[in-house]
Ligand binder design. Sequence first.
Ligand code: FE2
Length: 131
Amino acid sequence: MASLKELLQSADYKSEKHVPVIEAPDKVKKQDTFKVNLSVGKEIAHPNTTEHHIAWLELYFLPKGEKFPYQVARFDFAAHGASAQGPNTSSIYTQPAAVCSLKSEKSGSLIASSYCNIHGLWESSKEITVE
Ligand code: FE2
């Protein structure tokens, strides 16, 4: 049986262009809202064409010691150059980057996933301490 956990690929984003990059503070205060920047291609640009692009990014939060993750955001990137004239003719391309604001009462892991329309699923994570 195929399993998503075997299909989710991971690597260092500095050497692999598909890995979602999570930029967030290492430590936050319980009452404070903090920003999480998500992107793909920070170090090595990923193509953004009708034929080859990042279609979406998702962000989850797994509180420390818990079993189930919470989905906190999903970003769909819908413009990849397609128009009635054909591929790569519209002049508009959504870049795979997004920002969201979060507040957490518990420490845990931010987990991001990205989807390339031809190279599949990728993931990364970042610990965050809430005090
Ligand atoms: Fe790709």
